[in-house]
Design a protein around this ligand. Sequence first.
Ligand SMILES: [Zn+2]
Length: 207
Amino acid sequence: MARYSPSIQNLIAQLSSLPGIGGKSAQRLAFHILAMDDKDAEALTSAITAARQSTKRCTCCQNFTDSDPCPICSDPLRDKTTILVVESPRDVSTFERAHEYKGLYHVLHGVFNPMKSMSISDTTIPDLIKRLADHPEVTEVIVATNQTAEGNATALYLSRMVGPSGIKVSRLASGLPMGSDIEYADDLTLLSALKGRVMLSGENNEA
Ligand SMILES: [Zn+2]
């Protein structure tokens, strides 16, 4: 391992803590940043600062937004009776890109994962339960968590929590490969998973 000055080592350590960035990529990025001219480096740091300062969570759907409520929650043309529950803000962009889903969202910012001691309160599930109580117009909750053990456990938990209230709880069809992330699904796969969703509770027949 090459020895670098403490400030470069620190930069590499910070960059390698980002998701998907290994040690080699972190070193490449660090030296790229150091080689940038002052103007470009300043633009990068101020973009990070500005995004962090102006981005907040929508108090309704918990997605990241510059304005609260977010543009989707405040759009009068969206169907207010359906809420699609996703793990991360990236999943919202994935569904929006497909231009098919017209309802609202709820971003969990994580999933129920007892192995990593992620409990329900580490997600926005409590906000969702409160939101459903405050909005009786909601008739269906579509759980679009990833097809992983944690995603499935979260879906099951939601169906148990929400089902008794009479709101339909459905799960995306299993067209998505097991263990895969929603964010990597192509539009067509996503749409057929949405159309073929299966009811977990609230109704016996499929949607
Ligand atoms: Zn919102």
